[in-house]
Design a protein around this ligand. Structure first.
Ligand code: DGL
Length: 264
């Protein structure tokens, strides 16, 4: 039993998909969430910038005395994997977990991954999928318009989202499964699923990352808490509070608190 909080962070709303999953798996956990909305989108940053930001974000969340961290960001998970692995507080990224989720897809057909520009450019998702799923064709596609659309409040039913999904996901038609390698993408998962059709499974790296962290807590006897949550953002706290309540489907108990934006 350990009542310390679990830290979760992302550039913005995307990490809420991992938070929702952790709430389902371990409802009693206390959660500290950091959305770095003042520096979004991470997908447009360089590898060097992302590696510095990974350390800054980890240090910020660790300063709250968390027992584990979910790095709910595919962009940092793919560009700063060794930084996460070496961090003194157990830090779980979404790349390894998401790729492990893809190994459970039966068949021999193609597998896809969609993620941010910086994630796809790193080559880390494609390399990990090739290693974990030998013999299968791997298709990796960057979708740079998705995060700005999602952060500006567009959902699955929105024509601009439908258009962007069709534009990016055409090469993934016919895949056995597609990994949502950016945690934001689950927020428009319905539009992606509708476009690809029911023969293509969607695997959420955010869900897989939360499940791996939950397993770590369970196996090590570290579960416990009172379901409390605190949100910190480096951008507009009111906008984040509204968007988080909409996505989580319930009002958040405490409004998001603003933090100064860190220099990269
Ligand atoms: N949600 C993040 C990811 O999983 C970052 C998106 C962004 O800020 O570009 O990659």
């Amino acid at each position: 039993m350990d009542n310390r909080a679990v830290g979760i962070f992302d550039s913005g709303l995307g990490g809420l998909t991992a938070m929702k999953a952790l709430r389902e798996l371990l409802p009693e956990e206390n959660i500290i969430y950091f959305g770095d909305t003042g520096r979004l989108p991470y997908g447009a940053k360089t590898r060097e910038q992302l590696r510095r930001m990974a350390v800054q974000d980890l240090d910020l969340i660790a300063s709250h005395g968390v027992k584990a961290v979910i790095v709910a960001c595919g962009t940092l998970s793919s560009n700063a994997a060794e930084i996460l692995d070496a961090y003194p507080v157990p830090a779980f990224g979404v790349l390894k977990a998401g790729v492990a989720g893809m190994t459970k897809i039966p068949g021999t057909g193609p597998l896809g991954v969609i993620a941010t520009e910086a994630s796809i450019r790193s080559g880390a998702f494609a390399a990990a999928l090739r290693a974990a799923c030998p013999g299968r064709e791997i298709r990796a596609v960057a979708c740079p318009d998705f995060v700005p659309l999602i952060e500006s409040g567009h959902g699955s039913g929105d024509p601009a989202v439908r258009e962007a999904v069709a534009r990016y996901c055409a090469p993934l038609k016919g895949a056995d499964a597609v990994l949502l390698g950016c945690t934001h993408y689950g927020i428009i998962g319905e539009a992606i699923a509708a476009y690809l059709g029911e023969k293509t499974a969607l695997v959420s790296a955010a869900y897989c990352g939360a499940a791996v962290a939950a397993q770590h807590l369970i196996v090590n006897g570290l579960t416990g808490g009172r379901g409390e949550e605190r949100f910190f953002v480096s951008g507009d706290p009111a906008a984040f509070t509204r968007a988080a309540s909409t996505f989580l489907g319930r009002p958040v108990a405490r409004a998001a608190e603003g933090l100064p934006c860190m220099e990269i």
